[in-house]
Structure formats: C-alpha cells, structure tokens
Ligand binder design. Sequence first.
Ligand SMILES: O=C(CO)[C@H](O)[C@H](O)COP(=O)(O)O
Length: 234
Amino acid sequence: MDAKQIAGEKAAEYVKDEMVVGLGTGSTVYWTIVKLGQLVKNGLKMKGVPTSTKTEELARSLGIPLIDINNAKKIDLAIDGADEVDAEFNLIKGGGGALLREKMIASLAERFLVVVDETKCVKTLGSFPLPVEIVPFGWQMTRNRIDGLGCESKLRTAGRAPYITDNGNFILDCGFDEIHDANGLNLELNRIPGVVENGLFVNMTDAIVIGRNRGKVEECLFCRERIQSSTHTK
Ligand SMILES: O=C(CO)[C@H](O)[C@H](O)COP(=O)(O)O
C-alpha cells in the first residue's frame, strides 16, 4: 500500500456517526473518500461537503450523502491533502486547483485534519510554487502586483488555454523559493484587489496524518493547541 493510501484511509477512522465532513480534493484524500464510501455502505451515517466538482462527483459515485454548504448548520471535520507542510503545520495547498473552496470549508470546520505522505513535509514552505486564485479581469495587472512581492509567477494552463477553477477564475503558480513569513505573505496577497484567495493555510491545521512507506503512519492530534502552548512557554 502506498503512503498516500495509508494516510488517506487512516483519516477515515476519525469520521463518526452523524458528522458533517468537509471532503478535500486530491490523490491522498481520494483514499479517505473511497474508504468513507465503504463505511457508508456498511451503515456509517455521515454527510459530506465537497471542496470541488471533482470530489462531488467521486463522492456521489460512491453513494456518500452530500449537503450543500449553505444548508450545513456546522461542519464537524474537514479532511484534506496538502502540497507542503512545515514544522508548524502551516500548508501550501492548491496544486489541484481547489484552494478557495478548500480554505472556506477548512475555516468553517470545527477541526481540520490534513492527510499527506512524508514527501510533503518540509522545513520551510516555498519549494512548491504557491497557487493564487485571481479573477480573469485585468489578470496581468494582478500578476504584476503579486510578482512585486518577490516571486515569479506563471499562469496555470490546461492545454493551451488558461486553467479555469470551479469558481470561474485563473490560478497563478508563484515561485517564492522560501516563504519565511507565511502569515504576512498570506495577508499581503489577499490585500491585492483581483486576488480571490491564496494557497497558504496558516494556523489552521488541527491534526495531521502522515503516511510513510513500508506501511507506517504517524498521527499528530491537536497540533494547533500543541504549537500554541509551546509558543507560550518560550
Ligand atoms: O490542495 C489540493 C488541491 O487543491 C490538494 O490537497 C493538494 O494538491 C495535494 O494533493 P495530492 O494529495 O494529490 O498530493
């Protein structure tokens, strides 16, 4: 079993009866969703809130009951993958293009559980180009302002046309090399008119499941509390 599958399937164990669960996007959380499909067939009572049309189609095909985000009184748990995770469990997300809905759902959820294989764990965020969702209107002007923050950005494409998100927007993949102040960059990017959202998830992770090769899995629960308490005692 590969490391993504190990992490993805493990995360399904956190879903209990009557939970409303944010369903992430990507090849790691895919395994969580497949496992949840099996559990639902065996009687688990849950509802999913998908973060992308792709995940919505997958969940439907597996018979997982879905609920519109506007009708969910609360989201108990969101489970999602990541492109990079640093030592403080801050993330880069958006490799799959779903970062806006993923961030909305993670921020609404009472708990945010991240599933990754060990290759995603880095010392400093930034080797993976940071995805930034922008509106198509005036996109080159928006790109100039983003590049002014110290990166070189590329418009994501699908074939020869711009890649279009589920929300009808473009994505710039921004090479920053090393991001030392993820919180500051997150705020600066989102202050630029034309930017819809960026893929930095700062101080949002509550728990993480890391799949390792040879069948090992590492779980860190309540990471946010742990980081905050270690910061306070410094
Ligand atoms: O942010 C994402 C999609 O927008 C994914 O969670 C991220 O790209 C990781 O994907 P994978 O599990 O396929 O490596």
